[in-house]
Design a protein around this ligand. Structure first.
Ligand code: URA
Length: 210
């Protein structure tokens, strides 16, 4: 993948995102739309997967037909909101291995601290797709990507629903080799670290918490 930031401006993605942004949208509808959008974003992030071909026989004749080159995929959910994106992507790529990264922000240092980390073996042989709906400050995303690199991953892509310019800049500075696919690049972060206009707290909206 060549571009660092790929904004998927497909009409279906944009329409679904608008409904998700609306504060009156219910948890059930939000969750369903997130599942649908994640599949459309996954379609885009997998566009340049390596291909090969194999001989097959159709009912009419033999042909050399395109297939994925067999590089295995790993999906990494950045907890907890990443799980909302994970479900939809996994429906599209059911054979992918799955990992989880849990980080919280230390109140004193404001730095991300790891509380859970479990990823598939041999990340160096896999296309790794890290998923987190909101790329806000980018601090936890950059830290999660660093953990994946420390585990050997070399081909990492980052999938999110919404990005703030601050988060994109942070990722570009820390991981210029990691392309980002998102549905929208919003205006900025507010004082509480929320993306503006955003959609609020993605975890709360998808799990119905407050
Ligand atoms: N995380 C969220 O869930 N929402 C934001 O706006 C920023 C970070």
């Amino acid at each position: 993948m060549t571009q660092h930031l790929n904004i998927v401006d497909h009409p279906l993605v944009q329409h679904k995102l608008t409904i998700m942004r609306e504060k009156s949208t219910s948890t059930a509808v939000f969750r369903q739309l997130l599942r649908e959008i994640s599949q459309l974003l996954a379609y885009e992030i997998t566009r340049e997967l390596p291909m090969t071909s194999k001989p097959i026989e159709t009912p009419v004749e033999e042909m050399d037909a395109p297939v994925l080159a067999g590089k295995k995929l790993a999906l990494i959910s950045i907890l907890r909101a990443g799980n909302g994106l994970l479900d939809g992507v996994l429906e599209l790529i059911p054979s992918a291995r799955v990992g989880f990264v849990g980080l919280y922000r230390d109140e004193k240092t404001l730095q991300p601290v790891q509380y859970y980390y479990k990823v598939p073996m041999s990340l160096e042989d896999r296309v790794v797709i890290a998923v987190d709906p909101m790329l806000a400050t980018g601090n936890s995303s950059a830290a999660a990507v660093q953990l994946l690199k420390d585990s050997g991953a070399t081909d990492i892509r980052f999938l999110c629903l919404l990005a703030a310019p601050e988060g994109v800049a942070r990722m570009k500075e820390a991981h210029p080799d990691v392309p980002i696919v998102t549905a929208a690049l919003d205006k900025r972060l507010n004082d509480q670290g929320y993306i503006v206009p955003g959609l609020g707290d993605a975890g709360d909206r998808m799990f119905g918490t407050k």
